[in-house]
Write a protein that binds this ligand. Structure first.
Ligand code: AMP
Length: 112
């Protein structure tokens, strides 16, 4: 069954898409944690970072983050996060990178 993010990629579910190329589609997070919060999703259904194939060139994910950050004017800096698995709070099991920016970002660490 198609993941939620595949349905967004296939335009079956609406989203604010800000970027796409041959490898990824990027759209604004529905519950933004920063003024700019974009999800960068590979078109390929990969469950999470742990399932990223050993073979292949996967720098497309980071390249897209860089290009989108430039496109959205994140000149002050930004953060790229991938939540992998339960301890990281992954909720959508289709690999995605969060691109966060638009204001100074707090630090992160272990939840109390
Ligand atoms: P994660 O917790 O790393 O798996 O991130 C999943 C993210 O997907 C969360 O930040 C959600 O707010 C976001 N999300 C869930 N459904 C949608 C949607 N329909 N459109 C945009 N973002 C979504």
């Amino acid at each position: 069954m198609a993941t939620l993010f595949t349905k967004i990629i296939q335009r079956e579910i609406p989203a604010d898409i800000v970027y796409e190329d041959d490898h990824v589609v990027a759209f604004r997070d529905i519950q933004p944690q920063a003024p700019v919060h974009v999800l960068i999703v590979p078109r390929q259904e990969i469950t999470g970072l742990a399932e990223l194939p050993d073979e292949g060139d996967h720098k497309y994910l980071l390249n897209a983050a860089k290009v989108i950050a430039e496109q959205l004017g994140l000149t002050g800096g930004y953060r790229v996060v991938i939540n992998q698995g339960a301890d990281a709070g992954q909720t959508v099991f289709h690999l995605h990178a969060h691109l966060l920016g638009g204001a100074p970002l707090g630090h992160f660490g272990v939840e109390e």
